[in-house]
Design a protein around this ligand. Structure first.
Ligand code: ADP
Ligand code: MG
Length: 730
């Protein structure tokens, strides 16, 4: 084993930077080259079909059979001309990630003649054998089939394999035969529709020209890079995406010299390469930089409509995985691959934009428009306050559990950072009784609404410890895990904000009938109430501190560290009510999702538990015993030579190794017993709880003596690639 470690280290040390061939021209010359985008459609479709498709994209209208045939035929010609031989519906089952089943365009007709075929019906709908995808018990075994259906709002794209042939991928939703949603995309689309309706109803109070509101998302993606050879020499990284053992290196992130530092040439080549691939797929990737931790990086795209941005993020991760291998890296999306070192998130920058070109969470220089801005801002705050537990549930996974609520990470408390200046604005609105006595511009000025834009321009305070931060013209939902599909947390955020905006509009209408004509007064009155009711969720301080945990408890905010506990919020009647009212998910679908999440959680911990047992016994303990045998020989020889005093420290180490080894063996045995016990428990919730507590609690208890042994045993004998070797890329 130690031999494998050193071979891997040698291999990693001698790596050369892989050359990347990027066309010399402007990015605009290849941007979107591999997608069936608007330009291609305009060129290849009849004007009638083009109009139908673009209307369908904008309004969600159904596409009829003939048009579908024409679009399919155009897509096929385009794809074949670009070297595609197969097509697939690309969808996002509840396992996370994406799924596809490739079919060839190539077909033989009745006369035995070869032809390329792709009919409208194949574009619109497919029937993958879905029985192997999780459904949370929705699909009874006698009706195992589900179907995928084309989502025309996200453009089809071509993915190439190593041989250079391509597959046309058609973004799709995935539903059961009885109509239940089995994927992440379909409820997201429904939530976006609900949010559009609700937000438009509020936006037209301020501007009657608004017809549509779209939610936007820019998902900053954090990740680690590890050399492929080193990765392959760490079974834990290979099987669970994180290191279950490993002593912190002497030089960690204390110096913070990695952040925004210069990027190593090998890493830079990888970035240039995957960005090129992304740009061809129309993924608007823009920034690249080092993150706080060594070997940690970030990629940030320009924001897009949420559904598209979610697809693009899933695709981005796929592209990164593929391209990383070419550069002899493995990319780690796990939320906490290394203990004692920062974890990774996926910061979901979210906002609302109108079809009139206004960012509803962006302040304006006109005080009147600032009232609109504050209205949307306060409604989001109220939504997050009232539904914090649901938002927490939307990011609860085994991986993110290491990041949220663990000792070296942000807490699992949902709070909002606004910046001191915005806090002041809200305080003014809450406390100053202006509107009833003053009219016109003056009222806005007294409320401080006239100075918001300049405040936000100057406002450089950024809070890196807040799970949900207002950053000038958008909210940054930072608590989302790096490996997550953003569709889930976005679906929840959209839904709670839609629900809140509906309530706001109802209250507004009711109040307006009473106070005829005094629009601003009514709005400010409602906002005052909202601010009072929800200000306890606002927190400006250090979210990682112990004081905050105490303070939050005093305020009555939830702090749910455990995933099974957090997931339970999905089942609360008030939350089910929101999803049902908006038509996003039915109660049955929510229950199914809840079960799938619990099962995923159990499986992840089960895998890690087995892995820990195996590595601890077969790699660490066996190495320790061999090393101990060497020491025993040494001690014996010293004693034979009457060097008793000199033998003393050797005996001491022998004893310490013995103690650690027996501790590890004992704990591994107990953990195995706990697993047996848990597996025998029928009830899913109960089992998940056992895995989250009884079994997971052993992880640290076993890790501690293992990491101690790493310090005791001769470096030459240690079997696992060490942190200092994994984290420093050359
Ligand atoms: P930083 O937060 O590092 O200062 P930016 O403010 O430029 O950087 O943006 C960070 C991320 O926020 C980017 O991915 C960007 O696309 C996204 N973003 C910017 N504006 C919006 C918006 N209106 N809606 C959604 N995301 C946005
Ligand atoms: Mg950011």
């Amino acid at each position: 084993m130690a031999r494998l470690r050193f071979k891997a280290v040698d291999e990693a040390q001698s790596r050369q930077t892989i050359k990347v061939d990027i066309p010399a021209g402007k990015v605009t010359e290849y941007y979107g080259a591999n997608i069936f985008n608007d330009d291609v459609m305009r060129a290849m479709l009849s004007p009638e079909a083009y109009l139908k498709v673009t209307t369908a994209i904008k309004s969600g209208e159904k596409i009829d059979r003939e048009i579908a045939d024409e679009v399919a035929s155009a897509m096929k010609s385009w794809a074949v001309s670009k070297g595609a031989t197969h097509y697939t519906h690309w969808f996002q089952p509840l396992t996370g990630g994406s799924a596809e089943k490739h079919d060839a365009f190539f077909d033989i007709n009745i006369d035995g003649k070869a032809l390329e075929k792709f009919k409208g019906s194949s574009l619109v709908q497919q029937e993958p054998d879905a029985s192997s995808f999780p459904s949370g018990g929705i699909r009874a075994t006698f009706e195992a089939r589900g179907y995928t259906a084309w989502d025309p709002t996200s453009p089809a794209f071509i993915i190439y394999n190593e041989a250079g042939t391509g597959t046309l991928c058609v973004p799709s939703i995935f539903v059961s035969y009885t109509g239940e949603l089995l994927d992440s995309k379909s409820p997201l689309l429904k939530s976006l529709h609900a949010l559009d309706k609700a937000a438009t109803e509020v936006a037209i109070i301020f501007d009657r020209h608004v017809e549509k509101v779209s939610a936007t998302l820019g998902a900053e993606q954090e990740y680690f890079l590890v050399d492929k050879a080193l990765f392959n020499a760490r079974p834990d990284l290979m099987m669970s995406g994180r290191t279950v053992f490993g002593h912190a290196p002497a030089k960690g992130q204390q110096l913070e010299d990695h952040y925004f530092g210069s990027i190593a040439p090998r890493v830079n080549a990888f970035m240039v390469d995957f960005e090129f691939e992304c740009l061809k797929l129309g993924i608007p990737i823009r920034t690249r930089h080092n993150e706080v931790a060594p070997a940690q990086f970030e990629a940030a795209p320009t924001f897009e409509e949420v559904n598209l941005a979610c697809d693009h993020n899933i695709l981005l991760m796929d592209v990164m995985r593929k391209v990383s291998k070419k550069h002899n890296f493995e990319v780690l999306f796990h939320e906490k691959p290394f203990a004692g070192i920062n974890g990774s998130g996926k910061h979901n920058n979210w906002s609302l934009g109108t079809d009139t070109g206004v960012n509803l969470l962006g302040p304006s220089t006109k005080p009147k428009e600032s009232l609109r801005f504050v209205t949307f801002l306060v409604n989001v705050i109220k939504a997050v306050h009232d539904n914090a537990d649901l938002l927490r549930a939307s990011i609860a996974t085994a991986g993110n559990e290491h990041r949220l609520g663990a000792n070296e990470a942000p807490p699992a408390i949902v709070s909002i950072f606004l910046g001191t200046q915005m806090i002041k604005v809200l305080e003014d609105i809450e406390n100053k009784d202006i509107v009833s006595i003053e009219k016109g511009e003056n009222a806005y000025i007294k409320l401080g609404l006239n100075r918001i834009p300049s405040i936000l321009l100057d406002n450089t305070d950024r809070n890196r410890t807040s799970p949900f931060a207002f950053t000038g013209n958008k909210f940054e939902y930072r608590a989302v895990g790096s490996s997550a599909n953003s569709a889930q947390p976005m679906m929840v955020l959209n839904s709670i904000v839609a629900n809140q905006l509906i309530k706001f509009r109802e209250t507004y209408d009711a109040e307006m009938t009473e106070h005829e004509g005094k629009k601003e007064e009514v709005i400010v009155k409602i906002l005052k109430g909202y601010i009072k009711e929800s200000k306890k969720i606002l927190f400006e301080g250090n979210g990682y501190s112990e004081e905050w945990k105490e303070e939050a408890a005093k305020r009555g905010l939830s702090n749910v560290g455990s995933t099974p506990e957090a997931l339970k919020a999905y089942l609360r009647p008030e939350f089910i009510g929101i999803f049902e009212k908006l038509g996003v998910l039915t109660e049955r679908e929510i229950h199914a999702r809840y079960e799938i999440e619990l099962e995923n959680y159990i499986k992840k911990i089960q895998i890690e538990s087995r892995l820990i047992g195996d590595l601890a016994m077969n790699h660490v303990v066996s190495t320790a015993i061999n090393y101990q045998a060497k020491l025993v020989q040494t001690a014996k020889s010293l004693k034979d030579m009457e060097l008793h005093q000199e033998a003393e420290p050797v005996v001491h180490i022998i004893k310490e190794i013995s103690a650690r080894v027996s501790e590890i063996s004992k704990k591994v045995e107990e953990m195995t017993e706990a697993r047996k016990h848990a597996n025998a428990v029928e009830d899913l919730e109960q089992r998940a709880k056992l895995y989250g507590n009884d079994i997971k609690n052993f992880f640290e208890e076993i890790r501690y003596p293992v990491d101690k042994l790493e310090l005791l045993i001769d470096d030459e004998d240690w079997p696992l690639v060490k942190y200092r070797e994994l984290l420093y890329i050359r």
